[in-house]
Structures are given as C-alpha cells and as structure tokens.
Design a protein around this ligand. Structure first.
Ligand code: ZN
Length: 331
C-alpha cells in the first residue's frame, strides 16, 4: 500500500473509469478517498473539472455530478477528469474552510505531502491530476451572503499568450458575466498554481450559495458551452437566459474596486448586481444595531461603474467588503 497520493485507476485505459484520488493519512486525519470520474475518448483536449473546493458552494459539485451522467454519451474526443468534491470535509460541514485544520483549500496550493489534511488534498491534486491536463475548470460559488451574477472568472496572468488563451476560454462559457478579477497577491490559490504550470484555468462563480434549479441550469449551460468550445462535445453554444439578457458582457474588477463597511451592522442593499450606477448613487445602507439613535451609514457609488457583487442578508463587521465595482474590460 503506497503512502503517496495516487489514483486507483489508470488514465491510459480508454472509455469510462471511476475510482478515487487517494489522499494519504496524516496525524490529523485518516486516508481520504475522493471519488473521481474519467472519460477517455482518445486524442484531443485534456480537461480537469473540480467542484467543492469551498464546502459552502454546492452548485459546483451538483453540476459536476450532472456532467458525470451525460458526458460519456456526449463526449466525442479527448480526456475529461471530474472530481466533484475537492474538499468533502468542508462540504459535509457546509463551511468554506476544512473543520479539521481550519484551512482554506484555495489558499494552500500546491500543498504539502507532510502537511495537514487540507494541504495533503492540494498536494494530491497538484501532483496527480494537474500534470495530466492542459485546461482546468474549478466550479465555485461566490458564497451564501453575496448577490453575484452567474460568471466565469479568471485572474490576470503575466504570460500574455496564456492570458489570451485563458480569457478566450473564460468567455467561451457564455455566461452573463465574464470577469477579469485583479487580486492582490493571494498566496496558495489553485489558479495561481495552475497558471504557473502553464495551464488554462477558469473559475465559475455564482452568487447566493443557495442552490436553486434556475441557477443550476445556467451554471450547467455555461460548462456545456465551454466543453463545446474545447471541441469535447458537439453542439451549439447558447447564452443561458438570465434577467432577459441576450448576451454576456466582459468586465474587470481591480484590486481596489471594493467598498468596505465603516462600522459593524446589517447591510441593506439598495441596488443589484449588474446595475449600472453613477458617482453618488445610493448602493446600500449599513444599519448599526447597537443603538437606534445613530444615523445609518449611507454607502454611495464613488464613481460610475457596474455593480459586480453586493452583500445580501448579512451582518457585517467593520472593514468587511460590501460591494465590488467593475467596468467593461478594455484590452
Ligand atoms: Zn469558492
């Protein structure tokens, strides 16, 4: 019995295989066996689809599970690996981070073989799965306390050729929003590691975190569009209908493009994701609940922009993010 991370099946076997990505035991947790689906139709694009990186974002695991059902018939070439739940420990707890070690899986890549359980999951994915593909779709949601449109997201990549290929793949989802999201240097993200390995990496995101039939069908349509664009599946890509929009838009949000809460309180949104606002427009009101004599804090738009994401239904502490602003991407 090997103590290295490994797959329980051979990626050279044609046709459909199912098995496990085995994450070895450590001092903090026993061996994990993550279910993996694989469809090998020979030459062609090689794709890894992952869901459940964050345990409170469940659209991804559901859409990944749906793909397992229809992909064997629809896939015409290439190789697709699907791992619906990257972090089953967090999914079962419905938490972003792993309860066992408190770590965010999307902050520990490429992981450590001798690390805690979250780091060992990242290590197994980095070493066993990532080298086998050239494209990765990581299916997230924006979390349960944000309103965020269905979107495919990527972050800026220094390599211009990889950036162009990645943005093209991101737009191929044909979701209501394609977002180029500039992040401050956040260490340990799966996409940063994948990009460093020359892979095209796209995140799908979706606001709300409350899984509903409409949002799931939009999400699944986006992934299907991307599979069609890769040539793995035949068919015609179509924009999923969302608020009567007939087409998507490509936006960018910079690392400075968010507004924070000046005080703790309950945030009342006064606009919606994708609203176009002018400087000075009312975005929301922050109600301090400690006293009824304090004036509510009014959150205004600092400049003309498109609202990209807005907090919903959440008590916030001071200095938490309330709104992400964005604008059409100009290359
Ligand atoms: Zn996530």
């Amino acid at each position: 019995m090997t103590n290295k991370p490994h797959l329980t099946f051979d990626l050279n076997i044609p046709g459909v295989s199912t098995g496990y990505l085995v994450v070895p035991e450590g001092t903090d947790h026993e061996t994990l066996s993550l279910p993996v689906f694989y469809c090998n139709k020979g030459e062609g694009p090689r794709l890894l689809i992952t869901g459940g990186c964050h345990g409170n974002e469940l659209e991804g695991p559901i859409v990944a599970r749906r793909l397992v059902d229809w992909l064997p018939k629809a896939q015409t070439c290439g190789k697709v690996i699907i791992l619906p739940e990257l972090n089953p420990l967090a999914v079962r707890a419905w938490t972003r981070n792993t309860p066992a070690d408190g770590l965010d899986l999307n902050r520990v890549f490429p992981g450590r073989v001798e690390g805690s359980v979250t780091e060992r999951i990242a290590d197994a994915v980095s070493r066993v799965l990532v080298p086998s593909v050239e494209t990765i779709f990581d299916l997230h949601s924006f979390g349960p306390d944000w309103e965020f449109p269905p979107a495919s997201i990527t972050h800026p990549v220094a390599d211009a050729d990889l950036m162009a290929k990645t943005l093209q793949m991101t737009e191929a989802f044909k979701l209501p929003v394609t977002l180029l999201w500039e992040r401050d240097d956040t260490p340990g993200m799966f996409d940063t590691f994948a990009h460093s390995q020359g892979k095209v990496f796209v995140c799908a995101e979706f606001g709300g975190g409350t899984v509903g039939a409409v949002s799931l069908s939009i999400y699944e349509a986006g992934v299907r569009n991307a599979l069609i664009a890769l040539g793995l599946v035949e068919g015609k890509a179509e924009f999923p209908s969302f608020r009567h929009q007939k087409s998507g838009q490509t936006l960018e949000t910079l690392s400075s493009d968010f507004l924070i809460s000046p005080v703790p309180g309950i945030f009342e949104p006064r606009c919606a994701a994708l609203d176009i606002v002018k400087k000075g427009d009312l975005l929301g009101i922050l109600h301090s609940m400690d006293t009824l004599s304090a004036d509510p804090q009014i959150i205004y738009a600092p400049a003309g922009s498109t609202v990209c994401a807005i907090r919903s239904g959440a008590h916030v502490e001071a200095n938490e993010r309330l709104v992400y602003l964005s604008r059409p991407l100009k290359l």
